[in-house]
Design a binder for this molecule. Structure first.
Ligand code: NAD
Ligand code: TYD
Length: 365
């Protein structure tokens, strides 16, 4: 029986991972350490057999106590500031959480595990954004692609990846790192493209498309990501990194057009949606695509990300199981079925910040 400490487990991917792990390994003990920042949500863990400890990964005394009292042998590290737009407006929080936070965890792990000779694993969850940006014909990112982060967010994640690598090489900490592409799925915080646009479409608010909308991302369903992380923890070689992708490279405009068409189809199939969301264009028989609005581009916007996950396939047997079409349809249904979840977030002050930011961009155009 393993005892996991899942940092950031009340966020989007972390909570999906807790659901996946506890469903597939019911004998294991799972402790979540989460600061419940604006992106963390206690409700994401409702009904899951995991203990939530509210606290900061930078609190070394707290992490030490958790490792000792819960007999932790595996840390799965998700906790981070994760939104590129916020990192552009305020990089300090990203250095604090992503760089200093990861280092605090590594220090505790070294002391509690390496110094005592206890078997352990430190798995670090990172992003493909550390590799920078690709041209249209460049080969996809491999694990040996040089790091070239372009945003304060990706730079902070790159720094954390380097620290994890150094703790393996210098101190012998048993680490693995996974670098994945853009996730989507249930519990995705509505500041990111897909959930923001679903909720805006339901309210008849504009869909702010940065620049020309032809930036490419490789969309990974969060359940595939969680399966990939579990495979790395099970079979990954110590000190190695693994790329995890969704095999769904799409320009933003294609994602947005898919989303608009799916919302139209959902309203056509279920007349009850028009009563629930009367401000949606689809409630008035108009196409959701009328909400598309091109706004000022994100500064330093990376043009294309693409993942080569052949190493994870060859070594771990990893294959994404969701196509974007099926994964997106499931995600839209989840947002329509979980209005209470996202209403709870919209009622908080954070969405005022999101709205003000987009209005500023729209006005600047
Ligand atoms: P998220 O923003 O939804 O969740 C982050 C969680 O970390 C929140 O619950 C927050 O409360 C917690 N947290 C932040 N600072 C903390 C601190 N100092 N101490 C304890 N908890 C803290 O993020 P996500 O989208 O679930 O991303 C999880 C991880 O995956 C991150 O490391 C991110 O860099 C990485 N990642 C995400 C994506 C993506 O598409 N979302 C893609 C690649 C990699
Ligand atoms: P996002 O979900 O913020 O993820 P990331 O920046 O980590 O890739 O954005 C995905 C893509 O969508 C990215 O190219 C930026 C773009 N985008 C918009 O065009 N409008 C928006 O309002 C948002 C949030 C993102």
């Amino acid at each position: 029986m393993a005892s996991l400490l899942v940092t950031g487990g009340a966020g989007f991917i972390g909570s999906n991972f807790v659901a996946h792990w506890t469903a597939t390994r019911p004998g294991d003990r799972v402790t979540v350490l989460d600061l419940l920042t604006y992106a963390g949500n206690r409700a994401n863990l409702d009904g899951l057999p995991a203990e939530l400890v509210v606290g900061d990964i930078r609190d070394e005394a707290l992490v030490t106590d958790l490792v000792q009292t819960r007999g932790i042998d595996t840390i799965v590290h998700f906790a981070a500031e994760s939104h590129v737009d916020r990192s552009i407006l305020g990089p300090d929080a990203f250095i604090d959480a992503n760089v200093l936070g990861t280092h605090a965890l590594l220090k505790v792990a070294r002391k509690q595990w390496v110094d005592t000779g206890r078997p352990h694993r430190f798995h670090h969850v990172s992003t493909d954004e550390v590799y920078g940006t690709l041209g249209p014909n460049d080969p996809a990112f491999r694990e040996d692609t040089p790091y070239a982060p372009n945003s304060p967010y990706s730079a902070s994640k790159a720094a954390s990846d380097h620290l994890v690598r150094a703790y393996h090489h210098t101190y012998g900490l048993n680490t693995t790192t996974s670098n994945c592409s853009n996730n989507y799925g249930p519990f995705h915080f509505p500041e990111k493209l897909i959930p923001l646009f679903i909720i805006n479409a339901l309210h008849g608010r504009h869909l702010p498309i940065y620049g020309d909308g032809m930036q490419v991302r490789d969309w990974l369903h969060v359940e595939d990501h969680c399966r990939g992380i579990a495979a790395v923890i099970d079979k990954g070689r110590p000190g190695e990194t693994y790329n995890i992708g969704g095999g769904a490279e799409l320009p933003n405009l294609t994602v947005i057009d898919t989303l608009c068409a799916a919302v139209d189809a959902a309203f056509a199939a279920d007349p009850g949606l028009a009563a629930r969301f009367p401000d949606a264009p689809a409630a008035k028989g108009q196409p959701t695509a009328t909400l598309k609005s091109f706004v000022t581009d994100r500064p330093g916007h990376d043009r294309r990300y693409a993942i080569d996950c052949s190493k994870a396939t060859a070594e771990l047997g990893y294959h994404p199981q969701h196509s974007f079409e099926s994964g997106f349809a499931q995600t839209l249904k989840w947002y329509l079925d979980h209005e209470g979840w996202w209403r709870g977030i919209l009622d908080g002050s954070y969405m005022d910040w999101v709205k003000a930011n987009y209005d500023k961009r729209a006005a600047a155009r």
